[in-house]
Design a protein around this ligand. Structure first.
Ligand code: HEC
Ligand code: HEC
Length: 337
């Protein structure tokens, strides 16, 4: 009685060992296979059309470009040199050699050198390639860009102005490091990251005046009010909240380890809208006041340079957004341990 039972059990143990061994081998192959796919996809190239954009030397076009770069389009807020944040906050015009370190859960991303330096900047990149990066999210080297820049629907005229202006700035030699992804970032890059392009055919030009239409264009396609004041998934950048209802959490730009900011609700909701009851003057004064919370990632400095007409247009547009009842308790707080 005892012996057969024992034999049977040893048989089972052997079977179990074999199964485990094979499961182990299969798993190992799966992991190696997956790792290979992830690695192979790190340098995935994408295609997108080159917009027919050519830099101009017309002084009015260059002046419009400069206004956009240091004002509503706030290129300076990301492409200035690390350590110049206070100067940018004051609304000053700074060099744009890039190199700031955006520390994200997926790794380190570095805004590039956008001065005309030939070796480290955009000196040898064509107008069309720069326009394609900004409009279609495909870098000059074919990479999918992380979607930091909200200019996909910017008009041909404004895109031309921006590129015309950055062609005229002083070249600064500064080699910006390549982005460094962690494991999560590599997986995201392999399977999730896709170039983001325009939502419709971008307009040839948008008339700059104090209308709701122009306000919408600025808030959606130039100043990125929408990109921060609508809740998003931080891993992929996808919009997950009601437009302009706030609640998007962003790390402090001064002490990201300990503090966080959250965008307020900008919809005209009676109970929870941050700017409900503000008249145009209150709104303009607040925009002109600049940054009050040092930790805030909002480009207050560049926005404070916007013209009265543009601030008015944005104000008018925000009054037309659908009111959403969403209470944002705090816009700045210490992170929970
Ligand atoms: C919110 C931050 C932010 C703003 C605002 C911003 N950029 Fe960028 N920019 C980045 C980051 C980050 C990258 C690098 C993205 C990547 O490598 O995936 C980048 C990359 C670029 C590139 C390189 C694209 C390539 O081919 O590799 C150009 C050109 C550029 N930006 C121009 C501009 C201009 C012009 C403006 C203003 C109109 C601007 N950026 C505003 C963050 C920003
Ligand atoms: C990079 C993200 C970002 C962008 C872009 C951005 N905001 Fe904000 N905004 C925030 C955050 C975070 C706060 C809360 C912290 C603060 O008050 O600075 C905020 C606060 C505000 C406030 C409330 C200020 C107060 O004192 O209560 C207003 C009004 C506002 N934003 C309007 C705008 C408008 C208009 C635009 C576009 C022109 C815009 N924001 C673009 C992130 C952003």
């Amino acid at each position: 009685m005892f012996l057969p039972f024992f034999c049977q059990s040893q048989n089972q143990t052997n079977m179990l060992k074999k199964t485990l061994k094979w499961t182990g081998i299969i798993l190992l192959f799966l992991i190696i296979g997956l790792a290979a796919i992830v690695l192979l996809n790190q340098n995935k190239k994408y295609d997108a059309p080159y917009p027919a954009i050519k830099a101009s030397s017309d002084s009015a076009v260059i002046a419009r470009g400069k206004y956009l770069v240091y004002g509503p389009a706030h290129c300076a807020d990301c492409h200035a040199k690390p350590g110049t944040e206070e100067i940018v906050n004051s609304g000053a015009e700074v060099d744009l050699p890039g190199g700031r370190d955006f520390k994200l859960p997926i790794g380190h991303i570095y805004p590039k050198n956008i001065t005309p330096d030939k070796e480290t900047g955009i000196g040898t990149i064509s107008d069309e390639a720069i326009a394609r990066s900004l409009r279609f999210g495909v870098g000059h080297d074919g990479r999918a860009l992380f979607d930091f820049m909200p200019f996909h629907d910017m008009s041909d005229e404004d895109l031309t102005a921006v590129i015309s202006y950055i062609r005229t700035i002083k070249p600064v030699s500064n080699k910006v490091p390549d982005n460094k992804m962690n494991l999560l970032g590599m997986v995201i890059k392999a399977f999730v990251l896709k170039p983001v392009g325009p939502t419709a055919t971008p307009p040839k030009s948008v008339k700059a005046d104090s209308t709701v239409e122009y306000g919408r264009y600025l808030a959606m396609s130039v100043a990125n009010c929408n990109g921060c004041h609508t809740d998003r998934d931080l891993m992929t950048g996808a919009f997950i909240g009601e437009p302009f209802a706030g609640g998007f959490k962003m790390e402090s730009i001064i002490d990201p380890e300990h503090y966080e900011c959250q965008s307020p609700n900008l919809t005209p909701d009676k109970e929870t809208g941050r700017i409900y009851g503000w008249n145009e003057e209150t709104f303009r004064n607040r925009i002109r006041q600049g940054k009050l919370i040092k930790h805030s990632p909002m480009a207050w400095g560049p926005f404070s340079r916007m013209s009265d007409m543009e601030i008015k247009a944005i104000y008018k547009f925000l009054q037309t957004v659908k009111p959403v009842n969403k209470k944002i308790e705090k816009t700045f707080y210490e992170k929970k341990a």
